[in-house]
Write a protein that binds this ligand. Structure first.
Ligand code: DHB
Ligand code: FE
Length: 301
């Protein structure tokens, strides 16, 4: 059976992609940011996951105001890096895992998450920067990736509670896939940052660290943080952190932290990174799925 082995949270700051692509990782400004990923690169080499369900947001690269899916899953074979205005990043195309992705899509939709299905798209810094952080310079990515895109760009984004519930539904989907695969779930974006307006440059180290603390162990109370708190405390782009709750929801009741890294500043953004291992990975069954199954039973009886 496929199983979720770890969850990883990671900011996706575009300037880190720029520094990485232009050999600037060792420069004074960038070194402390990159050093915090050395532990994880070694861990990934030893751990060798087969597939990552990579939760991220598109920044008007694949979608624009014409179409704004709340939750979308990539079921395609491969995803080239997007040109975000300065040419595409010189990183390999991302290979999908179509069989597992279609299985997850089916399971989520029957579990009453109405996913948008994507077969072709380009992926931007939201997805490729975390891959570079975790794998370093490679000719091909040594893992398959299922992109899971979340709208956090245009109001209204999904609630943190809904994101957590989606994570639980992803865990149910993965555990019902018959192939023996090691699957990680990543949540990207954040931490505190605001890129425009009078509060541009806002960083809230105290709130960010509270969020990191509470993602470890039993994190249920994070589900209740309202949008307005993310906006007020962490700036307009801090709302990206609801995506971390999809990752956390997929890890079940309790977790322990294997690695933690926080650094300010990178660009206008607080960099946060966490590697989590499920301690009690049990995820509650979906009541709606049970109801659907009961209804299906009556149909076939
Ligand atoms: C920056 C950070 C982001 O998360 C993003 O998506 C775009 C820009 C920044 O710090 O510049
Ligand atoms: Fe972003």
């Amino acid at each position: 059976m496929a199983r979720i082995t770890h969850g990883i949270a990671c900011s996706h700051i575009p300037v880190l992609g720029y520094a990485f692509d232009h050999g600037k990782e060792g420069e004074d400004y960038f070194r402390p940011a990159f050093e915090g990923f050395e532990w994880t690169r070694k861990f990934m080499k030893e751990e060798k996951p087969d597939v990552i369900v990579l939760v991220y947001n598109d920044h008007a690269s694949a979608f624009d105001m014409k179409i704004i899916p709340t939750f979308a899953i990539g079921c395609g074979e491969s995803y080239p890096p997007a040109d975000e205005g300065f040419g595409a990043r010189p990183v390999p195309p991302v290979e999908g895992h179509a069989d597992l992705a279609w299985h997850i899509a089916q399971s989520l939709i029957l579990d009453e998450f109405d996913m948008t299905i994507i077969n072709e798209m380009k992926v931007d810094h939201g997805l490729t920067v975390p891959l570079s952080m975790m794998y370093g310079h490679v000719d091909t990515w040594p893992v398959k990736v299922i992109p899971l895109a979340v709208n956090v760009v245009t109001y209204p984004p999904p609630s943190g509670n809904r994101c957590w519930a989606l994570g639980e539904a992803i865990a149910r989907a993965v555990s019902s896939f018959g192939e023996d695969l090691k699957v990680q779930v990543w949540g990207t974006g954040g931490m505190s940052h605001q890129l425009q307006g009078p509060r541009a440059g806002l960083i809230n180290t105290e709130w960010d660290n509270m969020f990191l603390d509470r993602l470890i162990g039993d994190s249920q109370d994070l589900r209740q943080i309202p949008h307005i708190e993310y906006l007020r405390e962490t700036g307009s782009e801090g709302i990206e952190m609801v995506m971390w709750l999809i990752m956390r929801g997929a890890l079940g009741r309790s977790t322990r932290a294997l690695h933690r890294h926080y650094h300010v500043p990178v660009s206008n953004t607080a960099l946060g990174h966490l590697v989590l291992e499920p301690v009690d990975g049990s995820v509650p069954p979906s009541p709606t799925l049970e109801q659907s199954n009961a209804a299906a039973q009556t149909l076939v009886a």
